[in-house]
Ligand binder design. Structure first.
Ligand SMILES: *[C@@H]1O[C@H](CO)[C@@H](O)[C@H](O)[C@H]1NC(C)=O
Ligand SMILES: *[C@@H]1O[C@H](CO)[C@@H](O)[C@H](O)[C@H]1NC(C)=O
Ligand SMILES: *[C@@H]1O[C@H](CO)[C@@H](O)[C@H](O)[C@H]1NC(C)=O
Ligand SMILES: *[C@@H]1O[C@H](CO)[C@@H](O)[C@H](O)[C@H]1NC(C)=O
Length: 405
């Protein structure tokens, strides 16, 4: 190769690199939610659904730094952390109602006198992560603290400087500005803040965030707030199921936090709640007081096999594949050609339920090993073509099927 040709080649290569680089810069600057461009949010978080705890469902606004610290202690001492529950998330009401002279958030002096940074250090020392909450409007939903609208860059930097790992971003007092405009501003602010922060959009499903939020956040609420009742929980499960195709590693549908252990449902109903959240690849954020859990609650939250389904690396959300009145078969694929099946009885009477292979993505001739994840037992017979089980009212059966021939 001649010297001139070589120089031309090198120059061409350099120019190509420059062009590619300029293109990348443009993408960052001009990215928008309607354009099919690069992900706004490339923080590498949420490869599996997040697991942890949040203060809201049990404590509401009645929180302080000792409660949060004791919760972190309990997450360790009960063994929940070892099972994957890592995020300790503070919800609404942690800040003073006004910002300081520089416009910074100030932790509420009467309840968080040591400040949020100290709390972050405390939970980090235990190997846990700290989450916080603000709002994409002028105030949070409690009206007790300011929102971040207009302060996105500043607040993201504050959170990063405190060592925050997770942000729940609510939708109150939004001044009628569309979420597709408000949320990406915080996405960019978080990307510029210098610390990977899991971004949890709490947009209540208003504008079908599953359709646009995979580029904006690591999870997006698909529904209104959950209540600690069977009807609310199942209603939310139904709404969230519609968007199953949009969940994937890095971006998850969020049907809201768990109510398991808060007392409004029966033990069987809480088992259904936890099972549906697990197969739906929902964030598993405990919503009860983990310093004081019953044995029944503990057994639900610590079911390793059910957690493993939620954390399966395939990251595919299960769907309802068959409904006959109140009897529903939910199923979804898992890694290793396995299938998870959940038989849910929403009716008033104990019923025999059947999952048919052609409904759950298995060839009808496939023989499987079926493991019951709540009895922790492999069924003695190896089913072919279908699997039947008796399911009590407001209860479920959960199986993982592993093809053997
Ligand atoms: C968003 O991106 C698309 C595709 O790149 C472009 O056509 C559109 O004009 C952009 N919209 C805005 C508001 O920037
Ligand atoms: C924190 O809140 C709990 C109850 O919610 C209360 O018992 C406790 O005294 C409070 N601690 C502080 C330091 O305010
Ligand atoms: C399924 O099994 C039946 C009965 O053993 C057999 O007749 C049929 O050919 C099989 N079908 C396939 C596609 O393997
Ligand atoms: C389930 O499959 C078996 C054959 O393996 C068949 O005899 C039975 O009728 C099927 N049950 C239902 C409810 O379809």
């Amino acid at each position: 190769m001649g010297g001139i040709k070589r120089i031309v080649l090198i120059l061409t290569a350099v120019m190509l690199m420059l062009v590619v680089d300029a293109g990348a810069g443009k993408d960052r600057i001009y990215n928008n939610v309607s354009g099919e461009r690069r992900n706004l949010l490339a923080n590498g978080l949420g490869v599996t659904p997040p697991m942890g705890w949040n203060s809201w469902n049990h404590f509401g606004c009645n929180i302080n730094e000792s409660t949060i610290r004791e919760t972190a202690d309990a997450i360790i001492s009960t063994g929940l952390a070892k099972l994957g529950y890592k995020y300790v998330n503070i919800d609404d009401c942690w800040a003073e109602s006004t910002r300081d002279k520089q416009g910074n958030f100030v932790a509420k002096k009467s309840t968080f006198p040591s400040g949020i940074k100290a709390l972050a250090d405390y939970v980090h020392n235990k190997g846990l992560k700290l989450g916080i909450y603000t709002d994409s409007g002028s105030m949070t939903c409690s009206k007790k603290m300011p929102g971040s609208l207009g302060y996105e860059e500043q607040d993201a930097k504050t959170f990063a400087s405190w060592g925050i790992d997770y942000l729940k971003y609510d939708n109150c007092y939004n001044e009628g500005i569309k979420p597709t405009v408000r949320y990406p501003i915080m996405t960019k602010a978080l990307m510029n803040a210098g610390r990977p922060i899991f971004f949890s959009l709490c947009e209540w499903g208003d504008m079908h965030p599953a359709l646009w939020a995979s580029k904006v956040g690591n999870s997006w609420r698909t529904t209104n707030d959950i209540k600690d009742t069977w009807l609310s929980m199942m209603y939310i499960a139904d709404m969230n199921e519609v968007y199953a195709d949009y969940a994937r590693p890095g971006g998850w549908n969020d049907p809201d936090m768990l109510e398991v252990g808060n007392g409004g449902m029966t033990n069987d109903e809480y088992i259904v709640h936890f099972s549906i959240w697990a197969i739906s690849k929902a964030p598993l954020l405990i919503g009860c007081d983990v310093r004081d859990v019953s044995k029944e609650t503990f057994n639900i939250l610590t079911n390793r096999e059910v957690i493993a389904v939620n954390q399966d690396r395939l990251g595919v959300q299960a769907k309802k594949v068959r409904m006959e009145g109140d009897l529903e078969v939910w199923a979804g694929p898992l890694s290793g050609y396995r299938v998870v099946v959940l038989l849910v009885n929403r009716g008033p009477a104990t019923s025999l339920m059947t999952a048919h292979w052609d409904d759950i993505g298995l060839h009808p001739n496939t023989t499987v090993m079926a493991r019951d994840l709540w009895l922790h037992k492999v069924l003695r017979e190896r089913p072919v073509g279908n699997l039947s089980a008796t399911v009590a009212s407001h209860a479920c059966k959960m199986f993982v099927l592993r093809p053997v021939s």
